[in-house]
Design a binder for this molecule. Structure first.
Ligand code: SF4
Length: 549
């Protein structure tokens, strides 16, 4: 447990009405804050076990249903058959189905055989077989009934998994490189820091009431695969001038409707300091974060207003009680794509094999089949990536091609086209109550269509499809980002379509995609539109130039 919020120091001006606890604003200023004050989200677990799972959906207190259930990874699904035009005009209860999405947090994306099999069996027993791997390394199930939740938790917890703080205003899953401890070029293995921080702080009431969600990444991946630029807090592996390895600290990244890239605080964090520094930054967010308006409650707004110098000073003086040394910036990302799809050498001479399901869509049987393959060809270790992909580790070189063939037979491609490899889609209208358009099936069809029309296209190219203006699938940093909305078709009718963002990127020269005024396409027009853009690019690009350039 960390200490409670400290009183405001004299050098912090009292901004009007941002709802910062540390400045004395303890009265809840909106409904979400009121709900959190009335009862901590973590307390809903016992009610689910003792009451709701026994008495059924209709017994659930609405404040728990639409609020605290998220603290355990549970969201009500969208009622089937309600079109996107109704999303903004219906009351939440009119959109609520009686079934839940359940998010299983997989910190660092690390799974063993028992864990993967357990999730697959839960999917088949309690979730109509559904299982999607997300771009934050989680696995999400659908169609879960509240009656099943205690049995699901029991099964997950028996193998060391949980849904605690998988959603809600909490520290969500902590991203880690799927090749941590394995990649031959790794700068540092952040797995121990992830494990320690999860162990110490997830489920800790000191951090269970944050102003908003809080996303963490910790990695020494040379490809920068955990997208540190767009996390609320990120520890990025570096080596200082004395050859000591540790982490460079970044804060304040996030996308959604006001995208901002994270900023370096310029400090060097030793591996044994990571959990303490994480708690310090998260404490600043808890105490100084803006709680009045939900859309200004992410830490990026505080970092942006304070600037990095002041943020660092408050961290060191008020939260750590000591300074941190200056440290180097991370090396530029290793060339090539940031994902880990394909066959690559490990430190020990074995190979890792990364493969691409379609836009993260799997199912219980596929998870069980992947577990069998990992057992037969590897050591049983499996990873999820932040690109909706998976990796099987520890494959002897002479067994690789047989594994590749079995994966491909299951439509899990190891050598996919650019389109299969780099297209991501959020949940969309199939299950998400905020969605305006369908995403997964559309993106899957788009992949097929582009593979057929542009068979020779091999340049790196990310296509990210979102079902609404939120950015669960990271549209602003994609080469082609598609933001779901209703658009007007040629006949004047309102139909599903997309606002198009072009040219987003991360890495050495990060930038958000340009939203060209009027650049929209209906869902039906999308393949023609993307084909046109890509043919223009191919016709005009210089030698070696990528789409982002
Ligand atoms: Fe739902 Fe919108 Fe997120 Fe897609 S981007 S999952 S539609 S909230």
């Amino acid at each position: 447990m960390t200490s409670p919020p400290r009183p405001a120091s004299r050098h912090h001006k009292r901004p009007k009405g941002e709802g910062q606890w540390a400045l004395g604003y303890r009265e809840p200023l909106n409904k979400n804050e009121e709900n959190k004050k009335n009862d901590d989200g973590l307390n809903v677990r016992q009610r689910i076990i003792d009451v709701y799972s026994k008495r059924g959906f209709d017994s659930i207190d609405p404040a728990d249903l639409r609020g605290r259930f998220r603290w355990f990874g549970l969201y009500t699904q969208r009622k089937p058959g309600i079109d996107g035009g109704k999303t903004a005009i219906l009351e939440p209860e009119e959109l609520d189905d009686r079934y839940f999405m359940l998010r299983v947090r997989i910190d660092g994306g690390q799974l063993d055989l028992r864990q993967l099999r357990t999730i697959g069996e839960i999917a088949n027993t309690y979730a109509r077989g559904t299982a999607d791997v997300t771009d934050r390394q989680n696995i999400q199930l659908h169609w879960v009934e509240v009656e099943s939740v205690p049995a699901i938790w029991e099964a997950l917890e028996a193998v060391g998994l949980s849904t605690t703080e998988a959603c809600g205003d909490t520290p969500r899953v902590m991203l880690g490189c799927p090749l941590a401890g394995i990649d031959a070029e790794e700068i540092i293995d952040a797995s121990p820091q992830i494990a320690e921080t999860v162990e110490r702080y997830i489920g800790d009431p000191a951090f269970s009431n944050l102003p908003r969600k809080f996303k963490t990444a910790m990695s020494g991946c040379p490809a920068h695969c955990t997208v540190h630029e767009i996390n609320d807090i990120a520890f990025v592996g570096v080596e200082d001038e004395n050859g000591e390895r540790g982490f460079d600290l970044w804060v304040g990244g996030g996308l959604s409707t006001n995208p901002m890239f994270a900023k370096r605080l310029g400090v060097f964090v030793r591996p044994d300091q990571v959990s303490e520094v994480w708690a310090g930054v998260t404490g600043i967010f808890r105490d100084y974060g803006y709680r009045r308006l939900r859309h200004r409650a992410r830490i990026k707004f505080l970092v942006n207003d304070w600037g990095v110098e002041r943020f660092r000073e408050v961290l060191e003086k008020e939260y750590l009680g000591h300074t941190l040394p200056d440290g180097p910036a991370p090396q530029p990302a290793r060339g090539g794509r940031r994902d880990h799809v394909g066959v690559f050498p490990q430190q020990d001479g074995n190979r890792y094999v990364g493969f691409a399901p379609r836009v993260g869509r799997l199912d219980g049987d596929k998870l069980l089949a992947i577990a069998d393959l990992a057992e037969r060809y590897g050591s049983g270790r499996v990873r999820t990536t932040v690109e909706q992909k998976m990796v099987i580790l520890d494959v002897p070189p002479d067994r690789v091609e047989a594994l590749v063939a079995e994966l491909e037979a299951a439509d899990l491609q190891v050598r996919p086209s650019t389109f299969r490899r780099q297209t991501m889609a959020c949940t969309g209208i199939e299950y998400c109550k905020l969605a305006i358009v369908e995403t997964k099936a559309l993106a899957s069809d788009l992949i097929d269509e582009l593979e057929r029309r542009l068979p020779g296209f091999t340049d790196p190219l990310t296509i990210n499809v979102n079902g609404c203006p939120n950015s669960c699938a990271r549209i602003q940093v994609a080469d082609i980002g598609l933001k779901g909305q209703l658009v007007t078709d040629a006949t004047g009718a309102q139909v599903e379509g997309f606002q198009i963002h072009l040219g987003g990127s991360m890495g050495d020269s990060p930038g958000f995609g340009r939203k060209v005024r009027g650049l929209k396409a209906t869902a039906a027009e999308l393949p023609d539109y993307v084909e046109r853009v890509l043919k223009n690019f191919q016709g005009q690009k210089n030698e070696g130039e990528t789409f982002a350039e």
